[in-house]
Design a protein around this ligand. Structure first.
Ligand code: ATP
Ligand code: ATP
Ligand code: MG
Ligand code: MG
Ligand code: MG
Ligand code: MG
Length: 257
């Protein structure tokens, strides 16, 4: 394309390439999902189908962006971790975040009817995105601990809150008052003694959130002679496990490299 005399306006663009050799985390979060979830009648506090839809959209993103090494999701948010040496889009912040969040959003809409077949989509779901650069493995792990601890704290609170409201017939205001200042052990006790709920038995996806990682799975393929043999094929897996303790990381040393 021949250059026009207007080309100079490009000089007004900002160089937003992120620091090399650092972990890049893109966190997306649903905009106004308190309202969005109410409008679509999501079960409170956790609509399993909606969480599975979030996970499906995250898998689409991980499949599309090879340099993502792990993703962690809970509620209406997802964090995507890019390898320290990721080169995608020259590490340009706005390219990374906008392409990721638009891919996530279009996958969320594209797969909506698979997970919520009885619920017509009645609004335009949208997500914000931010990129944060973490300089060390320890700080990256602390970031992920922060999100998983947040999942746990919110889920425990919300499980109590909705048990009081739905099962206990308590008003939302009174439920809030009841829970104010309570510790984890008080909430465990409340759930057990008043509602017969053992918090430990709640589904792992609610308590731990979702972890998307790359792995391999055996597949049957035909070898040149036509015999069926098993091969390991790369797959994107969704787990609901602890990522705070060392066990997860010790079992997957390739993630931190
Ligand atoms: P903002 O635009 O500031 O993010 P928000 O209303 O989305 O506002 P968040 O702090 O992101 O606020 O909270 C997410 C909301 O979405 C909470 O009210 C949470 O209960 C609800 N939510 C998210 N996922 C689910 C789900 N799977 N089932 C039911 N409710 C959900
Ligand atoms: P990049 O990811 O770098 O943006 P690109 O392939 O999207 O790559 P662009 O410079 O954005 O490249 O060019 C847009 C392309 O889409 C062109 O090939 C253009 O012909 C095509 N295109 C856009 N709109 C239409 C349209 N309405 N009808 C036919 N082709 C279109
Ligand atoms: Mg917010
Ligand atoms: Mg939100
Ligand atoms: Mg949120
Ligand atoms: Mg284009």
């Amino acid at each position: 394309m021949a250059k026009s005399r207007y080309e100079y306006v490009r000089d007004f663009e900002r160089d937003d390439r992120l620091l090399p050799s650092t972990w890049l985390v893109v966190r997306i979060d649903g905009q106004g999902f308190t309202r969005f979830t109410a409008k679509h009648g999501f079960a409170k506090p956790n609509d399993l189908r909606a969480l599975q839809l979030m996970n499906r959209a995250a898998v689409a993103v991980v499949e599309a962006m090879q340099e993502i090494v792990l993703a962690y999701g809970q509620s209406d948010e997802y964090s995507f971790v890019f390898a320290k040496d990721a080169k995608a889009f020259e590490r340009r912040e706005s390219k990374l975040s906008t392409l990721l969040v638009s891919k996530f959003t279009s996958a969320y809409v594209f797969h909506w009817a698979e997970f919520l077949p009885q619920t017509p989509l009645q609004a335009l779901p949208s997500f914000d995105a931010r990129v944060v650069v973490y300089p060390s493995d320890r700080i990256l792990r602390d970031y992920l601990c922060w999100r998983q601890a947040d999942c746990h704290i919110n889920n425990m609170y919300n499980t109590c809150f909705w048990a009081l409201v739905d099962k206990g017939g308590v008003s939302q205001k009174d439920a809030e008052r009841r829970l104010k200042g309570t510790l984890a052990k008080d909430k465990n006790e409340l759930l057990f003694s008043e509602f017969g709920i053992n918090y430990n038995d709640e589904p792992e996806i609610f308590k731990k959130g979702s972890v998307v990682v790359r792995g391999t799975a055996p597949v049957d393929v035909a070898d040149p002679s036509g015999a069926v043999v098993q091969r390991q094929k790369p797959v994107v897996q969704t787990l609901h496990c602890d990522i705070i303790r060392d066990a997860f990381w010790d079992a997957r040393p390739e993630i931190l490299g």
